[in-house]
Write a protein that binds this ligand. Sequence first.
Ligand code: SF4
Ligand code: SF4
Length: 447
Amino acid sequence: MKLLKNFKGGVHPNYEKQHSEDKPIQVLPAPEVVVMPLQQHVGAPCDPVVKKGDQVLMGQVIGESSYAISAPVHSSVSGTVLAVEPRPSVTGRSVMSVVIQNDGQDTPIEEQQNPILKSSDPNQRIDVDGNLIRQAINAAGVVGLGGGAFPTAVKVTPPDTSHIEYLLINGSECEPYLTADQRVMEEYPDKVILGAKLLAKAAGAEKIIIAIESNKPEAIKILEKYAVPNEIEVITVVTKYPAGGERMLIKAVLNREVPSGGYPHEVGVLVHNVSTAWAVAETCLTGRPLIERVITVTGSGIKEPGNYLVRIGTPFKNIVEAAGGFNGQPERVLCGGPMMGLAQFNLDVPVVKATSGVLILTEKEAQKYEPLPCIKCARCVDVCPVYLMPLKLEAFAMNEMWEQAEEYGAMDCIECGCCTYICPSKRYLVHYIRLAKQEIIAARGKN
Ligand code: SF4
Ligand code: SF4
């Protein structure tokens, strides 16, 4: 039997993909009002370039920044700007947002960039210059759609000294419940391949590997049809959370270790999500910026779980309504999956570029625990995929010993939640480690 690509640590939660994995992507009509946060990415927030009362067109830039690490925000509908003001966001904080009344016309902006690709043939040789691809991705505001939200144009521009050998396309989608990436691979394999080739050209990568968890046999079968010897390879990785973490994927697929505090390009690799590849292909083929994405709406707390193509800026309440409404009384609504998702307390928050799903859990699914004393079983250490000692980090954070937390590698924590998941005492390990990271970053800013 062939051994699957694996990595150290990780856990096997209930995957619960059955709610939505067989549901084809449905297009959700644009809502009457969209809320477009001006910070949807890692880096500098955008400044608004429209004001209340302005008429805007679909795809028009409504926020931009002069900083190198940022991504412009575009209107996902045509209509009238109702307000430019702070609005609640999925992060729990208020974010300056442009609120737009949809006129229902979807009138596109005329001067949108010209498509840089003429043919949608996934087998074509990419002759377009890498610089032109980077410019197109940047102008379109594409960011990592796997949840990272790092500006894609910046990520495909590695430092001069680095040499990118592999572009790793991340199709693992290891978070339980979520199936949006799986459906993108199954329904838009040509765009995933084309996007991967464009990203590889932009980054100067020599080879493309598409890595998919073993629990998605259909996606593997479909994408294998496109694999080109010596150019694109489809590799099956073990179904284990968090296989989709960049470091885990690089270790599993290429047996390379990203150094502590380092970046994948330092070991000759770039990792991009399959939906990001899809978005890159879309923008290069149509000239349209990133104004929509595929998300999963799932959990036992929603009547019609499924996968939906939604406009960025669509409030969660519209999404819940489109998916048939709540199935009984929901216990918890999450933006994202159960391991790394953010709890939501206000359904007015909008879908942003990094929103991969909306998860609605019933009381039975959302188990609540009171933490008990640590019994020093070390299970949290065994499952940590980046070799940390979560019990120690938690103790440091509880005692505000930030320097010691840093010394013990708190900044390497990817906040995967495996330690919290496995802990028999149900301690809030990742919660405290996250706090330690925030304090360490704050202290670095003061020095
Ligand atoms: S898993 Fe929980 S109980 Fe066990 S050592 Fe870690 S923190 Fe303590
Ligand atoms: S310490 Fe961080 S990286 Fe390690 S298991 Fe816990 S959350 Fe994941």
